[in-house]
Design a protein around this ligand. Structure first.
Ligand code: AAL
Length: 401
């Protein structure tokens, strides 16, 4: 009798184990509808590859976030390429009283790097720069209007260079945020964000007397040599530099999106270790408080964000495993990949007039970008894009849509 009970117990255990395995297997096997089997062309629904499992977990198979950029076109008038001049990092384009406005980094003279005398030289194309602005009636021919923001007095936080500006028109006022560097511009210098405001896009601009955003202060350099890769502790994703600021009014607050650079930066996934963060304020001028969810991207470079359907969309370029994707965060913080692109213009200045809740990428129809003509000269160009609608041989009938 005892033996019988033991044997039965053993059988029961084996049965439960087997059932468990089947249940486990079943639960990790996504339920596949006949419609999906047909749409995705799955041959054996009981043998799903890792790629097919991923495809089945996509929220929906759509095409609306997919675009292709055309060849960049040179601008005309004062923003056409000019020898010996750097014009780069265009802000968003905004329209005021029938005229387009853009702000950008401007500097002149050769870029000498860090090998010489950093107290005299221009170390980067954006060193010893000012923020200038231009206007246009058609977005092609531009008139340079003059300087908007100059570096501050010696000793101030922005005494060396001001650059990479973004514009926000809000409540009848204009806000320019931009990167700042304090002298001397060495490799380890920490870069901050400044802001200025005006009643008219023509200025005059009032600058804040202190930065509105600074790098996290929790990395530790190793040694005294001016070397940004040598660290005892790397610190937060933005422990070295806060770059590419862009403020959007959002949910009754102001969201300052930015790119972080980290002390002891590594090369990962074939690119620089670059991630984005956001800092939030109740007033356009701050104080801005960094989100506890930072970093909010694992890839990217220059910030390119726009409102879409109650959330914020973001173009992620250049660095990290998710480069060349379009992402969307319904809450402005938690971004998911919505689409991928073959390649993207750098440092995009979005045409805010094209913002649409109907079409997530309408804003990409045209805008501004920059190219490197050389290390010493850069110029602003115009980009355009189109949706990928069909793939047909010449003369082929039918429509994929
Ligand atoms: C750009 C931007 C910032 C950097 C430099 C000028 O790509 O990320 O603006 O500081 O390069």
């Amino acid at each position: 009798m005892k033996e019988y009970v033991v044997r039965n117990k053993a059988i029961l255990v084996v049965c439960l184990f087997t059932l468990g395995l089947i249940a486990c297997n079943k639960s990790s096997q996504p339920k596949v509808s006949q419609e999906m089997i047909d749409k995705l062309g799955i041959t054996h629904p009981d043998h799903l590859s890792a790629a097919t499992r991923r495809a089945l977990s996509w929220p929906e198979i759509g095409n609306e976030w997919y675009i292709e950029y055309g060849e960049y076109q040179p601008l005309k008038g004062d923003l056409a390429f000019q020898q010996g001049v750097v014009r780069r990092d265009p802000s968003a384009v905004i329209k005021v009283d029938g005229k387009y406005f853009v702000w950008y980094t401007k500097s002149t003279g050769p870029t000498q790097g860090f090998a010489g005398d950093i107290h005299k030289d221009k170390v980067f194309p954006w060193d010893r720069s000012e923020v200038w602005f231009a206007t246009s009636t058609d977005g092609w021919t531009w008139k340079e209007e003059g300087v908007a923001i100059k570096p501050g007095e010696a000793g101030s936080y922005d005494d060396r260079s001001v650059f990479t500006a973004e514009i926000m028109a809000y409540g009848g006022k204009y806000y320019l945020c931009y990167q700042t560097v304090k002298s001397p511009y060495n490799v380890r210098v920490k870069e901050e964000v400044g802001i200025a405001w005006a009643d008219s896009p023509y200025g005059p601009w009032h600058k804040s007397d202190k930065p509105i955003l600074s790098p996290a202060d929790n990395g530790i350099w190793m040694g005294e040599e001016d070397n940004r890769f040598a660290v005892v502790k790397k610190g937060d994703f933005d422990s070295h530099k806060t770059h590419d600021p862009c403020i959007l009014p959002y949910k009754g607050k102001f969201y300052l999106y930015y790119k972080g650079e980290q002390m002891g930066e590594e090369v990962t996934f074939g690119g620089r270790q670059i991630r984005h963060g956001v800092a939030i304020a109740d007033h356009p001028l701050g104080p801005y408080v960094k989100s506890p969810y930072n970093p909010i991207s694992n890839s990217g470079h220059e910030i390119c964000v726009w409102p879409y359907r109650g959330g914020i969309a973001s173009l992620i370029t250049t660095d990290g495993p998710e480069r060349n994707t379009l992402q969307w965060a319904p809450d402005g913080v938690n971004f998911e990949i919505m689409g991928a692109i073959k390649g993207a213009p750098h440092a995009i200045g979005l045409n805010r007039e094209l913002t649409s809740d109907e079409d997530p990428v309408a804003i990409m129809k045209w805008g501004l970008t920059h190219i490197y003509n050389s290390w010493h000269e850069q110029s602003i160009m115009r980009f355009d894009s189109r949706k990928i609608r069909e793939h047909k041989a010449p003369g082929e009938k039918g429509n994929a849509e």
